[in-house]
Design a protein around this ligand. Structure first.
Ligand code: NZQ
Ligand code: ZN
Length: 385
C-alpha cells in the first residue's frame, strides 16, 4: 500500500427531513448567500425547506448557476457575495451548484486580479468563505470532497481545482430531494459515480484488498440500486442507497493508498468544454476506448473487476478483459447512455482540436504509470469514433 494522508472534515446530515437540521450547523449571526441552479429547487419544495431552515438568518440569493457552471456567471455571484459581505454560503442543487459555490467561496477573498488563476493552476487558494450544501443530485461526490470543475465559456476551457479550504462544512443528503430527477440525470449520476470508482480501481494491483473490495461494493451497489431508481425515482430506499454510493465513490476513501488514473476524466472534460455533452456521457464515451487501448497495463485489475463484479470467468485474461469492458459498455447503454463519439455527432475535427489544445497546454505523462502521451490520447479518441 502507498503511504497516504486521509482528511475529510465534511459532516453529513443524511435522510428524510434533514434540511431542517442545517440551521444548527451555520454560525449564529451569519450572513448567508444561498446559491442554486436553474430553478428545480423552486419546483420541488427544496427551496421552501431551505428558507424555513434559514428563517433566523439574514440571507441573500444567487440563482442561475448552469450545468457545467460558467466562470462568467460565478464572477457575478462573487461580486454579490462581496457587496453583501456574505460570511457563509449555502449551495442548493447538483454538482454544478456545489462546484460553482466552491469556486465562489475561494474567489470572494481572492486578492489577485484574475480568479481564473485558481483554475489555471497559477494561484493557490489562500482562504475561502465557509459553506455548506444541500445536495439534490447523487453523482459527483462534490458534497464530500474539496474539488470543483468550472467552465470558461469565452475560451471553451473546463478546468478543475481543489483545496483543503474548499471542503463543505456540512452536506445535507435527503433522498427525497432527488425524487424529481429526470431519467437522464439519474442515468448520468449512476455512470459518473461508476466511473469515479473505476478510475481509482482499474490501474495495477499493489496489494490493497480492502480498497479493492470497497470499490467493488460501490460498483455492485450502483448496478443493483441504479436501475431501481430509474424505474421508480420515488423509491426512498433505492434512492438512499444510490445517494450514499455516489458520495462514497469520490470522498477520498477509495483513493487512499492505491494507484489512481484520472485520465478518462481529464480527456472527457474536453468533450464537455467543446460540445456541451453531459459530463457522465463524455466519460461513457472515453472510458471503454481508454480501457481497450491500455488493456495490457490494466490487465490484472480488469480481470479481477470482470470476475468479481460481472462474473466473467471464461477465456484467456485478454478475452476476459475485453468481455469486461463490453459488460461496462452494455451497462451504460442499458442506462440509455450512448458510448461513441458518432452518437453525439462528434468527429475527427474535435480530436484534432483536443490534440492541439493538449499540445499548447503541454499535457504529458498521463495515466497510472505516467506513460500516456498526447499521441495515445489521439488513438484512444479515434477508437471511440
Ligand atoms: O439547475 P437546476 O434547475 O437545479 O437543474 C439541474 C440541472 O439542469 C437538474 N437537477 C438537479 N437536481 C434536481 C434536478 N432536476 C430535478 N430535480 C432535482 N432534484 O439536473 C441538471 C444537472 O445538474 P448538475 O448539477 O449539472 O449535474 P451533476 O450533479 O451531474 O454535476 C455535473 C458537474 O459536476 C462536475 C462535472 O464536471 C459537471 O460540471 N463534476 C464535479 C466533480 C467534483 N466536484 O468532485 C467530479 C465529477 O467528476 C464532475 O467532473
Ligand atoms: Zn465525474
Amino acid at each position: 500500500m502507498k503511504n497516504f494522508q486521509f482528511y475529510n472534515p465534511v459532516r453529513i446530515l443524511f435522510g428524510k427531513g434533514q434540511i431542517a437540521a442545517l440551521t444548527a450547523q451555520i454560525p449564529a449571526g451569519a450572513k448567508v448567500l444561498i446559491t442554486y441552479g436553474g430553478g428545480s429547487i423552486k419546483q420541488n419544495g427544496v427551496y421552501d425547506q431551505v428558507k424555513a431552515a434559514l428563517a433566523d438568518f439574514d440571507t441573500v440569493e444567487f440563482g442561475g448557476i448552469e450545468a457545467n457552471p460558467h466562470y462568467e456567471t460565478l464572477l457575478r455571484a462573487v461580486e454579490l457575495g462581496r457587496a453583501e459581505q456574505a460570511t457563509f454560503l449555502l449551495a442548493v442543487g447538483g454538482g454544478s451548484v456545489l462546484d460553482g459555490t466552491k469556486f465562489i467561496a475561494a474567489a470572494i477573498p481572492f486578492e489577485g486580479a484574475e480568479p481564473w488563476d485558481i483554475l489555471a493552476g497559477k494561484a493557490k487558494v489562500a482562504s475561502a468563505v465557509p459553506f455548506g450544501a444541500v445536495l439534490t443530485l447523487p453523482a459527483t461526490g462534490s458534497e464530500m470532497n474539496s474539488g470543483a470543475v468550472i467552465t470558461r465559456v469565452s475560451t471553451q476551457e473546463k478546468l478543475a481545482f481543489s483545496s483543503p479550504l474548499t471542503f463543505p462544512k456540512f452536506s445535507v443528503l435527503d433522498p427525497e430531494t432527488c425524487f424529481t430527477l429526470p431519467p437522464r440525470q439519474i442515468a448520468n449520476g449512476i455512470a459518473d459515480a461508476f466511473t469515479h470508482v473505476l478510475e481509482q480501481y482499474l490501474t495495477y494491483p499493489i496489494n490493497t484488498p480492502l480498497q479493492d473490495r470497497l470499490a467493488e461494493a460501490v460498483l455492485l451497489t450502483l448496478i443493483e440500486e441504479g436501475p431501481k431508481v430509474l424505474e421508480n425515482p420515488t423509491d426512498y430506499d433505492a434512492m438512499a442507497n444510490f445517494m450514499w454510493s455516489a458520495t462514497n465513490a469520490l470522498n477520498g476513501t477509495l483513493a487512499a493508498g492505491v494507484v489512481t488514473d484520472w485520465s478518462t476524466h481529464y480527456v472527457a472534460h474536453e468533450l464537455t468544454a467543446l460540445h456541451g455533452i453531459d459530463h457522465a456521457r463524455t466519460l461513457a464515451i472515453v472510458l471503454p476506448s481508454m480501457l481497450r487501448y491500455r488493456q495490457a497495463g490494466k490487465l490484472e485489475k480488469l480481470v479481477q473487476y470482470g470476475q468479481r463484479v460481472w462474473n466473467i470467468t471464461a477465456g484467456t485474461d485478454e478475452e476476459r478483459a475485453e468481455a469486461t469492458v463490453q459488460a461496462t459498455v452494455d451497462f451504460f447503454e442499458r442506462l440509455d447512455i450512448k458510448t461513441r463519439l458518432s452518437d453525439y455527432d462528434v468527429g475527427p475535427d474535435t480530436i484534432r482540436q483536443i490534440v492541439q489544445r493538449f499540445t499548447e497546454r503541454g499535457v504529458k505523462d498521463l495515466g497510472e504509470r505516467q506513460d500516456m502521451q498526447i499521441a495515445d490520447v489521439e488513438k484512444i479518441l479515434t477508437l471511440a469514433l
